[in-house]
Structures are given as structure tokens and as C-alpha cells.
Design a binder for this molecule. Structure first.
Ligand code: SF4
Ligand code: SF4
Length: 438
């Protein structure tokens, strides 16, 4: 794609990056076929190619974002299916990240929307506050029925509609808190390695059982696990809201905390059980590339970051204790399959450990979770969730496995089939307890 940035514009490293990405696009349109919003809405401006044109126009002309641009960028899930499909290697993720940051600084949203986004950006990364808000949401759930029902996807969701979506996602019970930050879990038997395990923010409130299963499996197989003190939310939530100041501050704080731990006691990897977080941590090196003080350290952190299944695959687990014959529908989270290109490893691990693994039809399409998307765009998110659940139902599973808490909550909100994390099943198969849902 031909671009027309001036030399002065290209002196800005972000614009230079956008120029490189835009030039790679040959506007073939292959990406439209796998874009969930294009599949649902059929509007070119809700396809990757359409959004690329909108972003190009906004950046090239150095114009403030228009209502139209904001509408179509807001509808993008950042699922990155387009990056998997694109034959030209267009880095849509870095382009849309830049567009979201530009919208956040240069576009004035209505007051109610600004307030909602500010509340999400403040509450979600803080587990204590998030826990408290989940308790409040539980109390508010009976009111959800009084709020408006889903609107057609063409309309902009109202504040009430978004609050209703939030209430619907709140769990009826909150589990007991997981282990404290700073805890160290020694390896059983001979120590084969030492890792940090990301504690996560929403995940540690909604399902601490996931990291418990990871710790049990790892320590049983000779890996010491540390929950690093001083670690924060990875920044993914605010990054996807376009709040780059917050996201970068978190990336710097985590980089400092993890590398200090690595220097003190050694770390073979930083493991992540929520693939949405993993995708962003693996991108810290890029996000902080212009920061002279942090660029090299952030690149080191990105190189150390691994999804839990990548690390467990390299452990060479002994054969499972027993064949379970449990039929598992494997839901491949977008951040894992498109963001990190991890597609076969989780399924192979599950199969090797005695589960009957079924692929889900249309597995490349997002479930609608996408960070805060299911709150901010509830109508599209609900349609994607229902489509996902209908596809899952065709394989008649006993359980659904996924590697990302956002997808787990989203899918569980529409089915009675138990939804578990891949690591919970692997822990169970290798001597741990059967997953117990909250
Ligand atoms: S598939 Fe890639 S090159 Fe083709 S239009 Fe989409 S982003 Fe551009
Ligand atoms: S990230 Fe997903 S929703 Fe956004 S343009 Fe790409 S495929 Fe479509």
C-alpha cells in the first residue's frame, strides 16, 4: 500500500512503524474472511482491511479521530485472526494499538463512556478493588433483569446495556484468595529449574485454582515456583483501552521486579497462565523499544516469558496415571493461537495425558471476550459467544478447556458444560486433583 507520510512525520518512531506496516499491506482482502466482526456485520469498515484504511487516513492526514473511525476501531476485538490469515505479514496488532492510543488522547467520548472506561481501567488491574466490585456486582445482579435487553449490533450499546453485561459476567461465588505475592513453592525432589508465575489480576480473583494447579504440577515435576513481590497487572487491559501511559508504567515495574528476582535467585522463565497477558508481556520489548533505560531489560523479559503449555511441553511429563476418556473441546484462545502462534502444543499435551481432544469448528473465530470487549461491545460479544457455544456443542464435550481466563468466563456464561484451564486438566492427569469449579 502506498503511503504519503512527510519526512517530518516519519521522524516520529511510531509513525515510521505505522508506515512500515501499512506498506506491507497489498489490500488483497484475504483477512476479511476470518475477521469475526466482518463475518457478523458484513461491513468492509468492520474488516481488517477497512480499519487499516481508516487508520492510514487518520495518521497520514494527522487528523483527530472521527466518530466513524472510533466506532469501527472500537468494534475490533484485537483477536489478531487477521494476522494469522495475512499472507504479507502485516502487523495489524501494532497498528491498531497505535490507533487506540491516538483515539484515547485525541477523541472526546461522551461523559458516561469516559467514566465507564476510567472505572474499568482503575478497577480491573487492582485485585483488591476488583474483588470488592465483584461482591457489589453480585448484589446488583437481581437488577440486571430491569435493564435494557440486547440491541442490534449496528447500534452503539448504551451505558445500561454495558452495566447489564458486566453484571451478567459477575460470578455467583468468589473463591478464597490464592497464595500471597512473594510466596515461594519449592520443587519436590531434585530441582530441575526455577520460574516466576504471573499472578494475574482478574484471574487471581475469579479462579485462583488455575495457578494452584500450575504450581502443583510444576513443583511435582521438580520446578521451584516464585510469585514475585512487586509484580503488577501486566498492562494488557489498559493497553487495549489505549491507555498507554498506564500500560507502559506497568511494563516497566514488572520488568524491574522480574529481572531483580532473576538476578537474586535465578529464573529460567516467566510463566503465564492467561494468554491475553502472555501476548502483551511477549511484546514488552517492542512496547519499550524507545525507552533507553528499559529497552534492553524489557526485551530480556519478553524472551523469558512463556505460556505455561510451552514450558510444560519441554518438561517431558511421564505417562499419565490413568486414561480418563474425558472428551475435551479445546477452545483455542485468540491470544494464544493468533497472538502467540501456539496452536498444537496444548492439544498434544492433553492428548498425551489421556484426554480425548476435539477441535471446535470455526476455531479461528473469537468467543467475544477480548479483555473488556464483552462489557464495551456486549451485543457483538454475545453473538460471538453464542456462535462459539453452538460450535462447541457439536463435538459433545464433557469439558471445555481453554488457556485464558477471559475466554473461560465468557464461554461459561452461556453453557452448563464445565469450562476449565488446560493446566488444570494436565495437573489432574499427572497426579493432581480433579478440577473443582468455583
Ligand atoms: S490480508 Fe494482509 S495484505 Fe491482504 S488486505 Fe489483509 S492485511 Fe492487507
Ligand atoms: S483483530 Fe480481529 S476483529 Fe480486529 S480486524 Fe483483526 S480479525 Fe478483525
Amino acid at each position: 500500500m502506498k503511503t504519503e507520510f512527510s519526512l517530518a512525520q516519519l521522524a516520529d518512531p511510531d509513525i515510521a512503524e505505522a508506515d512500515k506496516i501499512l506498506r506491507a499491506c497489498v489490500h488483497c482482502g484475504f483477512c476479511t474472511a476470518t475477521c469475526p466482526t466482518y463475518v457478523l456485520l458484513g461491513d468492509e469498515l468492520d474488516s481488517p482491511r477497512g480499519r487499516i484504511y481508516l487508520i492510514k487516513e487518520m495518521l497520514e492526514k494527522n487528523r483527530p479521530p472521527t466518530q466513524e473511525v472510533v466506532k469501527h476501531i472500537d468494534r475490533c476485538l484485537s483477536c489478531l485472526a487477521c494476522m494469522t490469515t495475512c499472507p504479507s505479514g502485516v502487523n495489524y496488532m501494532h497498528l491498531v494499538d497505535q490507533a487506540r492510543a491516538r483515539i484515547e488522547t485525541d477523541f472526546k467520548r461522551p461523559l458516561s463512556e469516559r467514566a465507564l472506561r476510567a472505572a474499568l481501567a482503575w478497577i480491573l488491574p487492582r485485585p483488591g478493588l476488583f474483588r470488592f466490585s465483584m461482591r457489589l456486582a453480585r448484589l446488583g445482579r437481581p437488577l440486571a433483569g430491569l435493564l435494557p435487553s440486547p440491541q442490534p449490533a449496528s447500534g452503539s450499546p448504551t451505558l445500561f446495556r454495558r452495566i447489564k453485561a458486566m453484571l451478567a459476567l459477575a460470578p455467583s461465588n468468589l473463591p478464597a484468595q490464592g497464595p500471597a505475592s512473594g510466596s515461594v513453592f519449592p520443587a519436590q525432589g531434585t530441582r530441575r529449574g526455577r520460574v516466576a508465575l504471573l499472578q494475574g489480576c482478574a484471574q487471581q480473583v475469579l479462579a485462583p485454582r488455575i495457578n494452584r494447579a500450575a504450581i502443583n504440577l510444576l513443583t511435582r515435576h521438580g520446578i521451584e515456583v516464585v510469585l514475585v513481590k512487586g509484580e503488577q497487572c501486566c498492562g494488557a487491559l489498559t493497553h487495549h483501552l489505549g491507555r498507554d501511559g498506564d500500560a507502559l508504567a506497568r511494563a516497566r515495574a514488572n520488568t524491574a521486579a522480574w529481572l531483580a528476582e532473576a538476578e537474586r535467585n535465578g529464573l529460567d522463565a516467566i510463566l503465564v497462565t492467561a494468554s491475553g497477558c502472555g501476548t502483551v508481556i511477549k511484546d514488552y520489548g517492542f512496547m519499550l523499544r524507545e525507552d533507553r533505560d528499559f529497552a534492553a531489560s524489557a526485551a530480556k523479559v519478553s524472551a523469558l516469558a512463556k505460556d505455561i503449555t510451552e514450558f510444560v511441553a519441554a518438561l517431558d511429563l511421564p505417562p499419565p496415571r490413568q486414561r480418563s476418556e474425558v472428551v475435551v473441546a479445546y477452545h483455542s484462545a485468540c491470544s494464544l493461537q493468533h497472538g502467540q502462534k501456539i496452536t498444537h502444543t496444548p492439544k498434544e499435551l492433553l492428548s498425551k495425558n489421556g484426554f480425548v481432544v476435539k477441535d471446535v469448528p470455526e476455531g479461528h473465530l473469537c468467543c467475544g471476550s477480548a479483555g473488556t470487549y464483552n462489557i464495551l461491545q456486549p451485543d457483538i460479544a454475545d453473538r460471538l459467544r453464542d456462535r462459539k457455544i453452538a460450535n462447541i456443542a457439536t463435538v459433545k464435550p464433557d469439558m471445555i478447556a481453554a488457556g485464558n481466563i477471559g475466554c473461560m468466563v465468557q464461554i461459561a456464561s452461556g453453557t452448563s458444560v464445565p469450562v476449565v484451564h488446560t493446566i488444570e486438566l494436565l495437573d489432574w492427569a499427572t497426579g493432581g486433583l480433579r478440577p473443582i469449579l468455583n
